[in-house]
Design a binder for this molecule. Structure first.
Ligand code: NAD
Ligand code: DAU
Length: 336
């Protein structure tokens, strides 16, 4: 099988590529990635010498480049991770979010249609369901009620992708995963930011009252789910992928404080995120029923492995926290 993996230099995309190439399958994996601030060739260093792997730097919203690549490589499937993925950045600056998440997805779908790519897997998020009131869990038919430019752009791209199944009979699947964590995650998201700051004894900025709830999914569990949908998903279907571990943010931060031997005084309550979704909650019954997938990594074990990875990879953290990261950090946190 020959795959184009968009966004393969990011956190989840690179974990997916490493997972695929860890096996002996006869595969060809072509990563298409623009290498934005979130894309990092170091994430793909473990597979760089694998003859089944090739890296192409390019923008998914550049139709000329995308068409050329799809025509040249004639992939069996496109697995589409590339996105502007951070809610806070989407609030500060929505333009690249709309361009990449909506126009980029459209450009890929059009190239897939033009060159007869058989399968298209669109990687999406539980954020498209918005805040879910207790005691409900969202299944795949839950209404799409989005809050941020990020989640709105993901909901729009989900619907666009599904329209290519309905209209053109392209074998599209959409996956909607809950919050991922694990090694190689850019330290702008809750868990890696709190780990990196705690390891350095810096303050831990908790938005609002810290009682917002997220369902935590270890990144390798997410990648195994995507592989299951690629192999056994039904065209035209949406699959939720949850970690079955819902926790308030403050409890996550407390666990990181305990594991890094720091003190609660590092917690700093800061102004809440505008439009902040209070609770995400999913049911993953459908993917389990149809593909047999279930999460394997328990949160405490996954968190310990993640903290250990950040402890061991201080050079990686230093490199990604470039001047641009510091600029973003000041912009997002200075006046909170
Ligand atoms: P990430 O920000 O770590 O990586 C995104 C990757 O996309 C980067 O390598 C970046 O260089 C690349 N990219 C961005 N714009 C591009 C463009 N225009 N052209 C080509 N490449 C581009 O993101 P992530 O956390 O790995 O998320 C991957 C996907 O999974 C996204 O679609 C996201 O919406 C979805 N998702 C993420 C989570 C999560 O918790 N992180 C949960 C559910 C779903
Ligand atoms: O639910 C899936 C989504 O999870 C993905 O689609 C997104 O790509 C991913 O970024 C993530 O979105 P969240 O907004 O839930 O994740 P984030 O890590 O930014 O924040 C998690 C929670 O922690 C949220 O309630 C906001 C809070 N938070 C976050 C940061 C960065 C803080 O309290 N302080 C912080 O500094």
């Amino acid at each position: 099988m020959k795959l184009i993996v968009t966004g393969g230099a990011g956190f989840i995309g690179s974990a997916f590529v490493r997972l695929l190439l860890a096996g002996k399958d006869s595969l060809e994996v072509i990563v298409l990635d623009k290498l934005t601030y979130a894309g990092n060739p170091d994430n793909l260093a473990p597979v760089a010498a694998d003859p089944r792997y090739r890296f192409v730097q390019g923008d998914i919203a550049d139709s000329v480049a995308v068409n050329e690549l799809v025509e040249e490589t004639q992939p069996d499937a496109i697995v589409h991770f590339a996105a502007e993925s951070h809610v806070d950045r989407s609030i500060l600056s929505p333009e690249p979010v709309v361009r990449t998440n909506l126009m980029g997805t459209f450009t890929l779908l059009e190239a897939a249609r033009k060159y007869g790519v058989k399968q298209f897997l669109h990687v999406s998020t539980d954020e498209v369901y918005g805040s879910i009131p207790e005691p409900h869990d969202a299944d795949e038919s839950y209404p799409l009620v989005t809050s941020s430019p990020y989640s709105a752009s993901k909901a729009g791209s989900d619907l666009l992708a599904l329209s290519y199944y309905t209209t053109y009979k392209m074998a599209v699947c959409v996956t909607r995963a809950s919050n991922n964590y694990g090694p190689y995650q850019f330290p702008e998201k809750l868990i890696p930011l709190m780990i990196a700051n705690a390891l350095e004894g810096k303050s831990l900025p908790v938005y609002g009252d810290g009682q917002q709830v997220r369902d935590w999914l270890y990144v390798d569990d997410h990648c195994r789910a995507i592989r299951a949908v690629l192999e056994r998903g039904r065209p035209g279907e949406v699959y939720n992928i949850g970690g079955s571990r819902s926790l308030p943010n403050l409890e996550v931060v407390e666990k990181i404080i305990a594991a890094t031997g720091r003190d609660h005084s590092l917690i700093k309550y800061v102004t809440d995120r505008p439009g902040h979704d209070r609770r995400y909650a999913l049911t993953s019954d459908k993917i389990t029923r149809e593909t047999g997938w279930a999460p394997q990594v328990e949160f405490e074990a996954g968190l310990a492995a993640t903290i250990e990875w950040y402890r061991q990879n201080t050079k990686w953290i230093e490199r990604v926290r470039s001047g641009a990261y510091r600029e973003y950090y000041d912009q997002n946190y200075a006046n909170r």
